[in-house]
Write a protein that binds this ligand. Structure first.
Ligand code: ACO
Length: 401
């Protein structure tokens, strides 16, 4: 491309970087990521430390407000979230209107958008207090929507939470409580979910987070921006990969468990098949989250006494890929989604809900990034293009075409 010609066409110099592989969209103080060395830190704290020592609500506070909360701050944060966790009864009618076959990600994104209509004060945010109320509002209501998206699929009544429980315990109860049965929390499941949510909580300027920032940059409200982020997350090249991984592992199992056949398919350039859960735009080394999840998957399945042949297929694929020239040369390692589905499955979460669980974990990151963007008074996101279409043409009426 002759750049000197483009200058005249665009009115300035435009850089082209499809997929923004080398373009930073903002400066940020939230998440540090070094893909070459496999390092991930939230606000300076290593993901390994946070996954082991913190709980999800503390991490949410850290991401959103920049510091780990003391006990008093954490209690107030949780209490404010609980106070705003009520979802308008009318929203249930929207849930009822969806067909049972609806994908829970479509339901979740629609319901999150609908919240804007029922909470108009969350749209026009001009003060710190309004911002705080919108933040605790979405943190309170989102788990209810997640649970309803799952219960709709299973034909279960749409219940509300139990505010005497912790944030993650409450989510599990809302999802799994059966009518006329007491729900007994399993500490292994609570810990595993807590860890998974922490590992997914932020990942700097990925596709869904960039979407939240760019939608929010027009000063659309927080809930609307997050609804757009959910849609971005849904795709199989992003968060939808966790569902795709499990479906792929199931297909391999059904097909006799021949992992080599699928490795060959993934390497065949005439076949669009990719090994789901492998590769990452930024990590050209082991995804540090995948390392933690792999160990957690072993522990959880062991603790719950679950024997899952799918885990063996996953381990087999990983071993083969790490020793295969194609994957080694392209630095394709297992990513966060490769093992998360196996844990979700062991917990009894349906496959179609996996990406919803990712959204639940990513919520604090989306909020933190949206807040940072608004506080830094970033300009509206508006990329340029290089036009390569037709030159100026005379209009021809329909009769003469
Ligand atoms: N299986 C087989 N080949 C692959 C895979 C894979 N999973 N991923 C990348 N490749 C190959 C590509 O064909 C390409 O080969 P080539 O250089 O011979 O043309 C090369 O590796 C580079 O791939 P790109 O698509 O250019 O890499 P990009 O950074 O754009 O994409 C992505 C990264 C989307 C994650 C990709 O690796 C992929 O599709 N993975 C599978 C889906 C997945 O697991 N997504 C989850 C990502 S993590 C997350 O969002 C939480």
């Amino acid at each position: 491309i002759d750049i000197s010609k483009l200058r005249g066409l665009t009115g300035g110099l435009t850089t082209i970087d499809p997929g923004y592989k080398n373009t930073g969209s903002c400066v940020s103080e939230i998440t540090f990521l070094n893909g070459e060395q496999g390092i991930l830190r939230y606000r300076g704290y290593s993901i390994e430390d946070l996954a082991e020592k913190a709980d999800f609500l503390e991490v949410a506070y850290l991401l959103i407000f920049g510091e780990l909360p003391n006990k008093e701050q954490l209690d107030k944060f949780h209490s404010d979230i609980k106070k705003r966790s009520v979802v308008d009864e009318e929203v249930k009618k929207i849930v009822d209107a969806f067909p049972k076959s609806a994908h829970p990600m479509g339901v979740l994104s629609s319901l999150t958008s609908a919240l804007t209509a029922f909470n108009p004060e969350s749209v026009d945010i001009n003060s710190e207090e309004e911002m705080y109320n919108a933040i605790v509002g979405i943190l309170g209501k989102f788990p209810v929507l997640v649970a309803w998206a799952m219960r709709k699929k299973q034909g279960l009544p749409l219940d509300y939470g139990d505010n005497s429980l912790g944030y993650v315990e409450n989510i599990l109860k809302m999802m799994f409580k059966q009518p006329n049965e007491e729900y007994k929390l399993n500490p292994i499941v609570v810990d595993a979910l807590d860890k998974l949510l922490i590992l997914h909580a932020d990942h700097e300027q990925n596709c869904s987070t960039s979407t939240v920032r760019i939608v929010g940059s027009s000063h659309a409200g927080l809930f609307a921006s997050i609804s757009a982020g959910i849609s971005a997350l849904w795709g199989p090249l992003h968060g939808g990969a966790n569902q795709a991984v499990l479906e792929m592992l199931e297909a391999i199992k059904e097909d006799g468990g021949d992992t080599k056949k699928y490795m060959a398919k993934a390497k065949d350039k005439s076949d669009p098949f990719r090994l789901m859960g492998f590769g990452h735009r930024v990590y050209k080394n082991f995804d540090p989250r995948a390392k933690i999840i792999k160990v957690a998957a072993d522990e959880v399945l062991d603790d719950l006494g679950v024997q899952d042949p799918i885990l063996d297929i996953a381990k087999g694929l990983e071993k083969e890929a790490l020793a295969d020239d194609y994957f080694v040369k392209r630095k394709l390692y297992p990513n966060v989604d490769f093992y998360s589905g196996i844990i979700y499955r062991a917990m009894g979460i349906p496959t179609e809900m996996f990406t919803v669980m990712f959204a639940l974990g990513r919520l604090p990151g989306w909020i933190a990034q949206w807040k940072e963007m608004r506080e830094r008074k970033e300009p509206i996101g508006r990329p340029r293009q290089v036009y390569i279409g037709k030159n100026s043409r005379p209009f021809i009426s329909v009769e003469k075409r």
